[in-house]
Write a protein that binds this ligand. Structure first.
Ligand SMILES: Cc1cc2nc3c(=O)[nH]c(=O)nc-3n(C[C@H](O)[C@H](O)[C@H](O)COP(=O)(O)OP(=O)(O)OC[C@H]3O[C@@H](n4cnc5c(N)ncnc54)[C@H](O)[C@@H]3O)c2cc1C
Ligand SMILES: NC(=O)c1ccc[n+]([C@@H]2O[C@H](COP(=O)([O-])OP(=O)(O)OC[C@H]3O[C@@H](n4cnc5c(N)ncnc54)[C@H](O)[C@@H]3O)[C@@H](O)[C@H]2O)c1
Length: 485
């Protein structure tokens, strides 16, 4: 038996990963690629929240809703389609993409990269050690020679209001795994989950009331939330902004739920969904055994190492570090940290300066995000307000998409808006936001421009094809050029 295999039998690995969501899987993969032995601990389904109750099922469900809305925007196609998607087929499509909540394939993949999968609840047990408690109560200890990576993700936050537990609210879980369409659905929270779920369930036939205490998707440019609110309202949803829920009650567990609102009114619905943010899944993972506070977000350096823990062995990646609660950003952190773990284990110097191979610089400057609403909202980098607050001297260029013929050919009377935020001192882009049908696939061009700090003088030479929605770039750059000259 090889030395590595003997160590594994004794529970000793180079790297132990807690949580096998997209982030845990990626750090394991990168550590294996560096020639390290890896144990992965998962208490529920390999693939995590993203694969079964978040990104994948929500997008599988939203796509038919958006495809139908797109067809309605094209004369000649509109007349050939009905008003509502076929909900039975929509749910079947979702079930296909979540593999009927069966993670056999994902577990096989962990095996295929040469990592060992331990099913059970993982907890730190002092420096470089972790325990795994299986469902049957059996417990074993794992030792990590080089690193432990925490990738345990997040869970929904529920506000502390009277009646919340008895009202059996939906969270992102029922919002993505339900196969029945509630007649009336109240959604509390106007962030990403709230607006996507409102688009989805209104599109599938619910009467949705969206209750937001601030403007919708407040981390994006204000026009994004405004265009989404307008479109949801036109689709028949009741969008109420500047309102709080103060209590909920559901006296009959099989009956409707009643929400009390802070304007003194009440709202009755068949289901209520809370989309009111996330809490780190760090309460019960033994943080106290290494001097950290259970239940907190874990602060990390640019390589993913947890600050305030000595010895360069503990990493926190993905949602748990609160840098950017997005799958693609967490996977980027995982790839970066996996390579850093490999370099540290081999005693090689790190390339952890800005934009280096072992630095997550994009987390600070170029985080792309798409909300798959109708219209889609896509942004990267800073909003105008964030850029000004950060002290940049900026100029913003705003344009409606119907400036571009390509947009109008894509959808009759195309409704959408674009903004780019220019750093006047360096003449590069700090941020770009697109809102409109089909803009999700346009975002990567902006991400390349922002992350690459491409000078606007050069960007002028990146020609968009005629007649595509991307032609908006031509008009944005021309408008900026006019302003400068
Ligand atoms: C409705 C919704 C839609 C979203 N849509 C998108 C989207 O379209 N695009 C996007 O980029 N992001 C989206 N997100 C965000 C995305 O889901 C998260 O950023 C992503 O899942 C984070 O990945 P993770 O691996 O850090 O955590 P998770 O996916 O939460 O995985 C963590 C894993 O760790 C396991 N675990 C937890 N504690 C333990 C323990 N003690 N022991 C063992 N295992 C443990 C869990 O069971 C889970 O499998 C969405 C979120 C929601 C709620
Ligand atoms: N397509 C995507 O990329 C996508 C989609 C959905 C979610 N996500 C990510 O998942 C994470 C979680 O999303 P989320 O929407 O749950 O969280 P969020 O933090 O983005 O939004 C939560 C919203 O709920 C509001 N809120 C909080 N407490 C409230 C209360 N008591 N009453 C009323 N409103 C309240 C907040 O003001 C906020 O606007 C986010 O980081 C988001 O970016 C990404």
């Amino acid at each position: 038996m090889s030395e590595a295999r003997e160590n594994q039998e004794r529970g000793t690995y180079d790297v132990v990963v807690l949580g096998a969501g997209p982030v845990g899987a990626n750090v394991a993969d990168r550590a294996r690629a560096a020639g390290l032995t890896v144990a992965v601990v998962e208490r529920e389904l390999v693939g995590g929240e993203c694969a079964y109750w978040a990104c994948v099922p929500s997008k599988a469900l939203l796509r038919p809703v958006i495809a139908l809305a797109d067809a309605h925007r094209v004369d000649g196609a509109r007349q050939a389609v009905t008003d509502r998607p076929d909900t039975g087929r929509v749910f079947a499509r979702r079930n296909h993409y979540v593999n009927d909540w069966d993670d056999t394939g994902q577990a096989e993949w962990v095996k295929s990269i040469g990592a060992d999968l331990y099913r059970g609840h993982g907890r730190l047990d002092g420096p470089r050690r972790a325990t795994v408690t299986r469902d049957d109560g059996a417990r074993l200890t794992l030792t990590a020679r080089h690193a432990v990576a925490i990738a345990t993700g997040s869970r929904p936050t529920l506000p502390d209001i009277p009646g919340i537990a008895e009202s059996r609210p939906w969270t992102n879980r029922h919002g993505t795994d339900s196969s029945t369409v509630p007649t009336r659905l109240a959604i509390v929270g106007g962030g990403g989950v709230g607006v996507e779920m409102a688009t989805l369930w209104q599109g599938l036939g619910s009467q949705v009331t969206l209750l937001a205490r601030h403007r919708l998707i407040p981390r994006m440019e204000p026009f994004a939330g405004e265009l989404i609110a307008r479109s949801l309202t036109e689709a028949g949803a009741d969008v109420r902004i500047g309102i709080q829920v103060t209590a909920v009650r559901r006296p009959d567990p099989t009956g409707p739920v009643t929400l009390t609102l802070d304007d003194g009114s009440e709202l009755q619905a068949d289901e209520v969904m809370f989309a009111t943010g996330r809490t780190p899944a760090t309460e019960d993972i033994g943080l106290d055994t290494v001097g950290l506070t259970p239940g907190t977000w874990l602060k990390v350096d640019t390589t993913g190492l947890v600050r305030d823990v000595d010895g360069a062995w503990l990493y926190a990646l993905g949602d748990v570090n609160h840098q950017a609660l997005l799958t693609h950003q967490g996977k980027y952190q995982a790839r970066t940290a996996g390579d850093a773990i490999g370099a540290r284990a081999a005693g090689r110097p790190l390339d952890d300066g800005p934009w280096g191979d072992h630095a997550t610089t994009a987390d600070q400057h170029a985080v792309p995000q798409v909300f798959f609403t109708d219209p889609e909202a896509a942004s990267v980098g800073l909003t105008a307000e964030q850029a000004a607050q950060a002290g940049h001297r900026i100029h913003t260029v705003d344009l409606d998409f119907n400036a571009a013929l390509g947009a109008n050919l894509y959808a009759d009377d195309y409704r959408g808006h674009a903004r780019m935020v220019v750093d006047l001192d360096r003449e590069v882009l700090l941020g770009v936001t697109f809102v409109g049908p089909g803009v999700s696939e346009l975002l990567h061009s902006a991400t390349v421009a922002v992350a690459g700090e491409v000078p606007l003088k050069r960007l002028r030479h990146a020609i968009a094809c005629f007649p595509t929605v991307s032609e908006i770039w031509l008009f944005l750059l021309a408008a900026y050029h006019r302003k400068r000259t």
